[in-house]
Design a protein around this ligand. Sequence first.
Ligand SMILES: C[S@@+](CC[C@H](N)C(=O)[O-])C[C@H]1O[C@@H](n2cnc3c(N)ncnc32)[C@H](O)[C@@H]1O
Length: 217
Amino acid sequence: MPKSIDLTNNLEKYIIEHSENLTQIQKEILDYNLSLGDQKKLQISISQAQFLQTIIKISDIKKVLEIGSFTGFSALSMALSLPEDGSLISLDKNSEISKKAKTFYDKANVNKITQIIKPALDSLKELENSKQKFDLVFIDADKENYVNYYEKSIQLIDKNGLIIIDNVLWHGEVADKSKNDEFTKIIRDFNKHIKEDNRVTKNILPIGDGLTICIKK
Ligand SMILES: C[S@@+](CC[C@H](N)C(=O)[O-])C[C@H]1O[C@@H](n2cnc3c(N)ncnc32)[C@H](O)[C@@H]1O
């Protein structure tokens, strides 16, 4: 078996410290999320944010759609990497948390983010009807709807467009046969759905809680 490194917390910290620096407002969001206690875990990891920023830059991405924004860490991180004429639409159903996210976007002086606050499936249907297309869709909302979000997202990107999905390794439990709780099974079924989808080229990366990158053929 080829050798790979176990990603300890210490090593993860080292990677973050030796990758792109966070801005002051990104740090403020992280501090705010820490103050929320258990809810903090909803946010993507710092290394995932750094990775999304890299992907946006190397793929020349201009239009991003995010499904599940919480307090805005992933949306702001992606928006900061967009070019001058780039834009990001963020979908979340929680108006209170979205208001908080907006305070961070304003503080960062980032005006590329448009929030749509309602159940994401409704927003996705409207975006499909409006014939908008995106270069990248990032999926990070309720896991029960992951297949629905993915199927809608496929309609919203063109050839070579990207869909990136968070939490696909589900704390490593997807590969543990003794774990058969509802959410582990939902993610396993989702991963099978992607694996069997010939419309995309796909790759799972062990960053944060696991990201799948799909490239539309
Ligand atoms: C895991 S958090 C997103 C974290 C965010 N990407 C970040 O890095 O900070 C999931 C978000 O999805 C939202 N959400 C859950 N179900 C939803 C739905 N049906 N429609 C829209 N948003 C939903 C929640 O309000 C929550 O803010």
